[in-house]
Design a binder for this molecule. Structure first.
Ligand SMILES: Nc1ncnc2c1ncn2[C@@H]1O[C@H](COP(=O)(O)OP(=O)(O)OP(=O)(O)O)[C@@H](O)[C@H]1O
Length: 289
């Protein structure tokens, strides 16, 4: 059985079809990342998978249960951080995580231990008794991560879990996500940080205008690009062959001897280049694709 199985999933808002037939599978024990430009349909997909929104077509199963007609079974097995979620600000991190676990049905002693372990892991133990409204934005976000990762949910959904976190905090969260998935659970997250997706994902799904346009391990996707290096020129340079991405164009070369005059940047090829070449509208800074 898979942690997540989605077939031909569709959803519209008014006349606009936002999900146009999504297919994806996520195994247990992995971190899966949904990457895509603003408005691609990421949050809509997460809202359907977490039983918050009804699909208009197709099927989705989470932890083996149908998200429409077995929604309560799904809810029992998942933990979610929705986009823009905030913990209750007058509580302390300890009160928030502990009460979240009690609400999920953990016995008191288990909840106390899990809350402590998770707050320690996310670097929040020293602040456990500080009201959340006195914490920084990044620490507040980590309180939410501490709560869901203290749960024993089989599938965890995180809509942009690391927004606003500094580089060190982001790494703390990455390590916690990895530990959680290593225990056999699955993590399904969205992010705008392509470098983050490359670092932490076992599998990446690229979504554009409501369709999955590419999927694979980050290294597999990067290896679909030719050459070893990416040379970036101004779009006006007219260098051939060159793939236009926004105001730049990218040339893929095997050797630095091939770098022509006017190059603005040379770097090893990466997931970012794959994504920009695959979803050109991202490079245009185009919100709605
Ligand atoms: N409740 C709603 N009513 C009407 N339109 C909606 C609603 N929710 C989402 N949409 C539209 O559906 C499209 C996809 O939105 P969604 O939030 O899923 O995108 P996203 O990929 O998560 O974007 P972002 O990266 O900006 O968070 C957008 O055009 C959005 O305006």
């Amino acid at each position: 059985m898979q942690a997540i199985m989605v077939r031909e999933l569709r959803r519209s808002f008014g006349a606009r079809e936002v999900l146009r037939g999504i297919d994806l599978d996520v195994d247990y024990g992995v971190i899966a990342t949904l990457l895509g430009p603003n408005g691609a349909g990421k949050t809509t997909l997460i809202r359907i998978l977490t039983t918050e929104l009804m699909p208009h077509g197709g099927e989705a199963y989470v932890a083996g249960f149908n998200v429409v007609n077995q929604a309560s079974e799904v809810r029992r097995r998942i933990a979610v951080i929705p986009q823009d979620a905030r913990p209750i600000s007058y509580m302390t991190p300890h009160e928030f995580v502990y009460s979240y676990l009690l609400l999920r049905g953990l016995p008191r002693n288990d909840a106390r231990k899990a809350a402590r372990d998770s707050l320690e892991e996310l670097g929040l133990w020293d602040f456990r008794n500080t009201p959340i409204y006195q914490l920084s934005g990044g620490m507040t976000r980590r309180v939410l991560v501490a709560a869901v990762l203290a749960s024993n949910a089989e599938v965890v959904f995180l809509d942009e879990p690391t927004v606003g976190l500094d580089a060190a905090s982001r790494r703390v969260v990455w390590n916690s996500l990895r530990r959680y998935s290593d225990s056999g659970a699955s993590i399904f997250l969205t992010t705008h940080y392509i470098e983050e997706a490359e670092q932490i994902s076992d599998i990446v799904f690229l979504i554009d205008s409501g369709l999955i346009v590419s999927r694979g391990r980050p290294s597999e996707l990067v290896n679909k690009l030719p050459g070893k290096y990416v040379v970036e020129y101004p779009a006006s340079a007219g260098t051939e062959p060159c793939i236009r991405v926004g105001s730049s164009c990218f040339s893929f070369v095997d050797s630095l001897d091939e770098v022509g005059d006017g190059a603005i940047r040379v770097s090893p090829k990466s997931l970012e280049h794959y994504v920009l070449v695959t979803i050109r509208s991202w490079g245009e800074g185009n919100e709605e694709g």
